[in-house]
Design a protein around this ligand. Structure first.
Ligand code: 3BY
Ligand code: FES
Ligand code: FE
Length: 410
């Protein structure tokens, strides 16, 4: 009997600029390889820093098999830890978010400080050295109000992302923001299908009637090639932003792992609302106009985001199984904006709640078709799906490199 192809072989055999072979979207082996080579090694977006308002506030989530907790310490610093007790391994915090002055394990009450130090463990004997049993740290950075974590022993370099994101996010004032709404859904599709779907607007006119009121599905809106290379409409927008020092021009990682660019919305639309007008009376940060468009920022493998003049929408995806992905969306507004007075929650959230649900359906049907043995990878559109090609080339490049057998010693 022939052995099923390994992930490295599937990647080596893939057709360039085509969708991936079936097993990379539904196989258990490929999923485990994705976890080990991508999710356990890359920087991942965890959430907005403004959600952790005061010391002790925390969020938890799972990256594959790793439960992680991110919290604000008594010194105001945000830290991440493995959410696993150092006694007998109980998960420390089961809730998705909350606030605790200390971390008390629910099993035998070992008690940790917010910086991870073990403060208290009952009846452990005279020899017990509590300093050896602090929580295991996870690398964590706060870039302009966006928290990223990395499970790697030695994380990937982050300086280039940090420099650019800090500059581009600064005018949005994420430090003076609050979470107005949060939604978590599970899409029955592989994480790559969720991200592929987000990287093109080829599907927008057929799927997103409400988003299409403000976001143009013109591929030139999503496909820019450099700080000087975009449609004339976008170049005009960038000139206008330059004049007030609002970072807007396309900037990207050399391997396209991330990209930022501020693009105008359609017909001077102000926000992703049904009326296309701003949803929040009070603008965020120092954005000078209601029609400053959306600063779009994606980061593979886990996030895409829109920073608008009146609110920001941040998205985090996490893989659950070969064919299940969790998608968390958070709507941020100025911290002093008052619900019911400065904004209406329904008007603020309805377009992207609908868009997420529409994308969920698209992704689930995509997975359904790919599960068929008759599925054969088809070609991406070079104009409409250039962003998907960036994703797939980034993914295949990394996987090929990391799964390559080590060079034989001379
Ligand atoms: O949310 C996004 O960033 C992308 C842009 C194009 C399609 N999708 C809506
Ligand atoms: Fe945490 Fe025992 S497992 S205190
Ligand atoms: Fe979509």
């Amino acid at each position: 009997m022939t052995q099923p192809l390994q992930t490295a072989e599937l990647i080596a055999a893939r057709k360039k600029d085509h969708a991936l072979p079936r097993d990379l979207y539904c196989g258990q082996t490929a999923f485990q390889d994705d976890l080990e080579q991508i999710w356990y090694r890359e920087w991942l977006f965890a959430g907005p820093a403004c959600e952790l308002v005061k010391p002790g506030d925390y969020i938890t989530f799972n990256v594959g098999q790793y439960p992680v907790i991110v919290l604000r310490g008594s010194d105001g610093r945000i830290r991440a830890f493995h959410n696993v007790c150092r006694h007998r391994g109980q998960r420390l915090c089961a809730k998705a978010q909350g606030s605790n002055p200390k971390l008390v394990c629910p099993y035998h009450q070992w008690t940790y400080d917010l910086d991870g130090k073990l403060l208290f463990a009952r009846d452990m004997g005279a020899e017990f050295d509590a300093s050896q049993y602090g929580l295991k740290p996870v690398h964590c950075v706060d870039i302009g109000g966006m928290i990223f974590v990395s499970l790697a022993q030695v994380p990937q370099p982050v300086a280039d992302l940090a420099k650019n994101l800090a500059a581009y996010a600064m005018p949005s004032g994420l430090g003076d923001a609050k979470v107005a709404h949060s939604s978590t859904i599970v899409e029955k599709g592989n994480w790559k299908l969720v991200m592929e779907n987000n990287r093109e607007c080829y599907h927008c006119s057929g799927s997103h009637p409400s988003l299409c009121r403000s976001y143009s599905d013109d591929p030139l809106m999503t496909v820019m090639e450099g700080p000087q290379s975009a449609s004339s409409e976008i170049l005009r927008h960038w000139d206008r932003c330059d004049a007030v020092n609002l970072p807007a021009r396309f900037v990207n990682a050399p391997d396209m792992q991330w990209r930022m660019a501020r693009v105008p919305l359609m017909d001077n639309a102000e926000s992703f609302t049904m009326s296309t007008k701003a949803a929040v009376n009070r603008r965020m940060g120092t954005i000078p106009w209601n029609d400053a468009g959306s600063l779009m920022f994606y980061h593979f493998p886990s996030s895409w985001n829109h920073f608008l003049p009146d609110h920001a929408i941040v998205f985090r995806i996490l893989p659950i199984s070969p064919t299940e992905t969790e998608v968390t969306t958070k709507w941020l507004v100025h911290k002093d904006a008052v619900e019911g007075k400065d904004y209406d929650l329904q008007q603020l959230t309805e377009v992207w709640l609908a868009t997420n649900d529409e994308d969920r359906r698209v992704v689930e049907e995509n997975q359904y078709g790919i599960n068929s043995p008759a599925y054969e990878p088809g070609p991406y559109s070079p104009t409409q799906e250039a962003g998907v090609i960036h994703l797939i080339d980034w993914y295949c490049g990394l996987m090929a490199q990391r799964l390559a057998p080590p060079m034989a010693a001379e």
